[in-house]
Write a new protein. Structure first.
Length: 535
């Protein structure tokens, strides 16, 4: 079994000789507050993991789909896609024992007993000790597989890099291509409605990233076929659709087409030029017909008439705006950046909002929407909104650690981890302990780090890296669904200076910082303040 380790570099410190920096009282107070919030978030996420592990099937060790209805099944599109992956990621941050133990065991067992068409997983029934349905439903298997890869295995791979989870992802994807490239029909031979744009949109997102990660042209060729189907044929999302879903389970197509456009910008610019007019038509039609007065998207519209088919606003508004902002980054079309700014200007109208009838999952998607775009366009009012809405989401967790008792509970942990990493600017501690508090704030090329402990603690502070480049080999960090934003990243060939203001020591790393950790020793009650500066 392959074990995953975070790299470590231990710095030799010498007498403080660089320009002195200091932490103002306001900065210290702000960092102390952020550190407590980040610590609280990891505690809540770990509590969620332990609560769901108590519900695992005793025979297989797999988690159920939900805790009321469907407690007797594991399925790919829900249990595997939404819940399990963020149990894995929580464990990676908070418990290496769980990460290398139960989380790996679940992956191995799931692969062993649920793979039905090659590596493609099907729904497993604990009471039957076998598949839930005897009859093979190829479309349902394809749909579940695309959900598992896009929502679960792909975010894990973006964070962890090469791992057993990325191997599972590639095996599923390769088998998927054997079964279907452009999914056009359901198993009954009829159009599958909203499900078709979703599954093809997910494939566009997956393939755009996996092409860069692997360098294999087959994935780009596959994505091109799907994009041609929607942009160059008679299936254009706004010219030909009579119903366009602008929330999740439909909006994936919009983001997916923007991601393949971004990939073609770098890989096949001549194809990007061909896609430009139909893509812009789609985006412009959505801006003209798909938004309310505050710039948020309706749940579903008729893009030809502008009729609102499903009123209310999509909690996944940022999923769609990710695509708009990606095109702005590439082509500098100001209207697509303005679409983000309009939402930001009105976000305070949506405090304590009834996302998905008050569901924790609705809050998770809305908060992720804001976090990912705030990473690109910092705005203090948006930061305040994220803080306030996260508290509401956290308040939905039950004393047991369960949030609402369904597969959407995993999204609570997903967004909470994103929130914690924002507060620490991508830093984490290992081994994690609830008595250790860490936060950071960035100013220019300097990162101001504060770490304190209620116990005697010795461990590592882990720095983030440009994962889009190192893990995914992507040419650009465009905003994308379920990504964990990069804040302060350590680059392999850059030079850094690490200054510990608590003991007046410093180290200048002239050879660059290839590894991404420093060793820290804290006594109970001690606080250390570090400044990390890119030279």
């Amino acid at each position: 079994m392959k074990k995953l380790y975070f790299p470590l570099i231990i710095f030799t410190v010498f007498l403080f000789s660089c320009e002195k920096k200091s932490f103002s009282p306001a900065l210290k107070e702000s960092l102390s507050k952020d550190a407590k919030l980040a610590n609280q978030g990891f505690q809540k996420s770990l509590k969620f993991v332990h609560a769901w592990l108590k519900e695992t099937d005793p025979e297989t060790g797999l988690i159920p789909r939900n805790l009321q209805k469907n407690k007797n099944i594991w399925n790919a599109k829900d249990a595997a896609a939404d819940n399990y992956p963020f149990m894995v990621l929580t464990s990676a941050f908070t418990s290496q024992e769980l990460f290398n133990g139960k989380m790996m065991d679940i992956l191995e067992k799931e692969t062993e007993i649920t793979s039905r068409i090659g590596a493609l997983p099907d729904t497993y029934n604990f009471e039957k000790n076998g598949f839930d349905q005897e009859e093979l439903d190829t479309f349902a298997i394809l749909f579940g597989s695309s959900e598992y890869v896009k929502d679960g295995l792909l975010p894990l791979t973006e964070w962890l890099g090469t791992s057993p989870w990325s191997e599972r992802m590639i095996n599923i994807l390769d088998e998927f291509q054997i079964q279907a490239e452009v999914v056009q029909r359901g198993s009954d031979g009829e159009s599958f409605g909203d499900g078709l744009p979703e599954i093809n949109g997910e494939l566009l997102q997956i393939l755009s990233r996996i092409y860069w990660m692997t360098g294999k042209e087959k994935y780009l060729n596959w994505a091109e076929k799907i994009a041609d189907y929607y942009l160059l044929g008679e299936n254009h999302p706004t010219k030909n659709f009579e119903r366009l879903r602008l929330r999740d389970h439909g909006c994936e197509l919009i983001s997916g087409l923007c991601e393949i456009y971004a990939t073609m910008h770098f890989a096949r610019p001549e194809k990007k030029d061909i896609y430009k007019e139909p893509l812009y038509t789609m985006l412009d039609d959505i801006l003209a017909k798909g938004r309310n007065e505050d710039g948020l998207f309706y749940n579903a519209i008729n893009p030809q008439t502008g009729e609102v088919l499903w009123d209310g606003v999509a909690d996944t508004w940022g999923y769609t705006l990710n695509g708009f902002y990606t095109i702005y980054l590439l082509d500098k079309k100001e209207a697509y950046k303005d679409a983000v700014l309009k939402v930001f200007a009105h976000l305070d109208n949506y405090k304590n909002f009834d996302w998905e009838h008050g569901s924790s999952d609705g809050y998770a998607d809305a908060i992720e929407s804001a976090l990912n775009l705030y990473n690109r366009i910092p705005d203090e009012s948006v930061a305040s909104w994220i803080d306030s809405e996260t508290q509401i989401m956290w308040g939905k967790q039950q004393p047991s650690g369960i949030i609402e008792g369904w597969h959407g509970d995993g999204n609570f942990a997903r967004t909470t981890i994103m929130y914690c990493l924002w507060k620490s600017k991508g830093l984490a501690v290992q081994p994690w302990n609830e008595g250790v508090n860490l936060a950071a704030q960035q100013s220019g090329d300097s990162l101001y780090v504060q770490i304190s402990s209620d116990i005697n603690w010795e461990g590592k502070v882990l720095f983030d890296t440009p994962r889009h480049k190192n893990n995914m080999k992507m040419p650009m960090d465009w905003p994308r669904i379920n990504q964990f934003p990069e804040w302060f990243v350590v680059e392999e060939n850059a030079k850094y200076q690490i200054t510990n203001l608590s003991n007046n020591t410093s180290e200048q790393l002239l050879g660059g910082l290839k590894d991404n950790a420093i060793k820290v020793i804290l006594k109970a009650g001690e606080t250390q303040q570090l400044v990390v500066t890119k030279l």
